[in-house]
Ligand binder design. Structure first.
Ligand SMILES: Nc1ncnc2c1ncn2[C@@H]1O[C@H](COP(=O)(O)OP(=O)(O)OP(=O)(O)O)[C@@H](O)[C@H]1O
Ligand SMILES: NC(=O)c1ccc[n+]([C@@H]2O[C@H](COP(=O)(O)O)[C@@H](O)[C@H]2O)c1
Length: 287
């Protein structure tokens, strides 16, 4: 495993009340002893979770099988805390519930960890340390079929827009980047509107720990677009799991324009559209 050598695992973590680490779908057996066991962690708002978020895990699974010596033991969605205060961020309670519905609906290896959602904002480097602690220290890592103990490597799963922010000044500290990309590593899924090479150029020193996954079927669904559709009373069915669409309808979510700072959201969506070179309006009518 690559290690920066300068950083140590965070020793103490603040847990939300009544918290227990979900590991019901986490495999603790490494089927191929020649492989390195990994766990994928996707950090984000998930407001709401869409099929694109779930596709990221499937794309990563195919990529890992075809191009690496890793074996995936499980995947986690880790919704960010309400204190992240991003426009359109619905309460953690609803975001976690929707992620749980989506994960239940999906394959058998996805789970939702509410650890960061239900407490103060935690930086991504700390979130990955938390997973490392729970999986390797508390659960004792994985075992081969012969009973040999193995350290599980935690890896960040993200879209190329997120990796793009890693070269923007002031968003991530150098020591956090070194911790995330040096100690753990990252699988990056190409996202329409973000140049993947440009996004990773400035991260070249950690190149060996960054895996780029191209999108063979272009899909630019975003949570921002889903929120815009909902506010305009448009259908979002088949963009996200039915159980999540039903949950949104039942609870009347994403109807309130002011709470969601729609102004900022439209700006953000236009930026992304402009970045992708597309001049199309998402919806022909203005809000
Ligand atoms: N269409 C997509 N293609 C590739 N990656 C994506 C896509 N949508 C989301 N992601 C990735 O999923 C992770 C979680 O993202 P997040 O919840 O912030 O979703 P989002 O759709 O970007 O939300 P918002 O529109 O509210 O900014 C991020 O790493 C993001 O890059
Ligand atoms: N310094 C950091 O640790 C840092 C900076 C920016 C975003 N993030 C994380 O990235 C995820 C997605 O953020 P955005 O939706 O703002 O792109 C969130 O989970 C957030 O916590 C972490």
């Amino acid at each position: 495993m690559a290690s920066s050598g300068h950083h140590h695992l965070t020793e103490t973590f603040t847990n939300p009340p009544n918290y227990s680490f979900p590991h019901n779908r986490l495999s603790n057996v490494l089927r191929n002893p020649k492989k390195t066991p990994i766990v994928l962690v996707a950090c984000g708002s998930f407001s709401p979770v869409t099929y694109l978020h779930l596709r990221m895990f499937e794309m990563a699974k195919d990529f890992v099988r075809q191009n690496t010596d890793f074996e995936i033991l499980g995947g986690y969605l880790s919704p960010v805390s309400d204190m992240y205060k991003k426009p359109g961020l619905l309460s953690a309670h609803h975001r976690v519930n929707m992620c749980n519905l989506a994960a239940q609906d999906s394959d058998t290896w996805l789970m939702v960890d509410p650890w960061e959602a239900f407490q103060t904002y935690q930086r991504t480097a700390i979130v990955l340390d938390h997973f490392d602690h729970e999986i390797n220290t508390v659960l004792g890592g994985a075992r081969t079929e012969d009973g040999e103990r193995r350290h599980v490597r935690i890896m960040l799963l993200a879209g190329s827009d997120l990796i793009g922010t890693m070269s923007e000044p002031g968003v991530w500290s150098y020591s956090d980047l070194d911790h995330i990309l040096g100690r753990y590593g990252c699988l990056i899924v190409e996202r329409a509107g973000t140049a993947i090479d440009q996004a990773t150029d400035s991260l070249a020193r950690w190149r060996s720990n960054i895996y780029l996954i191209s999108q063979l079927i272009q899909n630019d669904v975003s949570s921002t677009k889903v929120r815009l559709f909902l506010r305009r009373g448009l259908s979002v069915r088949y963009l996200l799991p039915n159980s999540v669409v039903d949950y949104i309808e039942e609870h009347g979510l994403y109807q309130d324009e002011t709470a969601a700072s729609s102004h900022q959201e439209k700006g953000k969506e236009r930026e992304r559209e402009a970045g992708s070179g597309s001049k199309k309006e998402i919806v022909s009518q203005p809000c």
